[in-house]
Write a new protein. Structure first.
Length: 267
């Protein structure tokens, strides 16, 4: 940045702050889940507001109490469980992705928020859930040295019926927070499949076999660490098949980021 650009930025910064404060006074930001007024969290280093955000009450209800979880699948484990090669829940699974970063388990208010965030007009709620992940798991995300963020894609026919896609909104917010490229469209779903929620675990694997592919000439991905983003992780089948396609295209490592992981007794 040149000296002139810095001078211009410093001169307009007070006006920007004043305008932002006036806008919030007239239109106070509200929680996209319960609609209470909220205070925005400021990123002092970048001078940007993290918005939309959930209110403190909703955030507190969604965030899990301090506990130990398996890095490989995101599920809770006991204090003395050995998890170097996974936990009892996932040790037998042949996951291709390296680990899971998540906000919490798919129950109570977090479950309600994830379901609602899928709605056609609920992109602000999906973005707020992404910001909750960022505020809660920023150190973990930074530590993985992500190169590009890729959302779990849908088949093009589903996009025609329902333009809003929670995973895409969440991934876009995380890409902005991490300051990394948003690889929307790099990974495609090339085969239409029935909804996974209607299938057994065994049928889910067959349902999504070779359903995803990377676009031709994926130079952006070769040798990179990819953050694969979805809203919910159930059995890990979707994330695993997406990872298979990414690794086949030359990706070095895949980290999965989701808002919630579904406990085994809820699948």
């Amino acid at each position: 940045m040149s000296d002139t650009q810095r001078l211009i930025r410093r001169s307009i910064w007070p006006l920007t702050q004043l305008g932002r404060a006036a806008f919030r006074f007239v239109f106070p930001p509200s929680c996209p889940l319960c609609h209470r007024d909220v205070e925005l969290h400021e990123r002092v280093d970048l001078g940007r507001s993290i918005a939309p955000v959930l209110c403190d009450l909703c955030s507190a209800d969604m965030l899990p109490p301090p506990s130990r979880c398996c890095l490989r699948c995101g599920l809770l484990v006991g204090p003395h469980a050995l998890i170097d090669d996974g936990c009892p829940h996932c040790r037998s699974q042949k996951f291709r992705f390296r680990r899971v970063i998540r906000v919490g388990l798919y129950d109570n208010l977090l479950r309600t928020a994830c379901i609602r965030a899928k709605g056609t007009t609920q992109s602000p709620l999906a973005a707020a859930l992404a910001n909750l992940m960022w505020l809660q798991e920023q150190e973990e995300l930074d530590a993985e040295r992500i190169d590009v963020i890729v959302p779990v894609p849908r088949h093009w026919t589903r996009r025609l019926v329902k333009p809003h896609h929670a995973a895409e909104t969440i991934s876009r917010v995380l890409a902005r927070r991490l300051g990394k490229p948003h690889g929307r469209g790099l990974l495609r779903k090339i085969k239409w499949t029935p909804d996974q929620s209607d299938l057994t675990a065994a049928h889910r694997k067959l349902n999504l076999k070779e359903a995803f592919a990377v676009r031709s000439r994926p130079r952006l991905l070769v040798g990179k660490t990819v953050l694969l983003v979805d809203d919910i992780l159930t059995t890990g089948t979707t994330a695993n098949e997406c990872t298979r396609a990414l690794l086949h295209a030359g990706v070095a490592k895949v980290i999965v980021a989701v808002v919630a992981v579904v406990p085994p007794n809820s699948r």
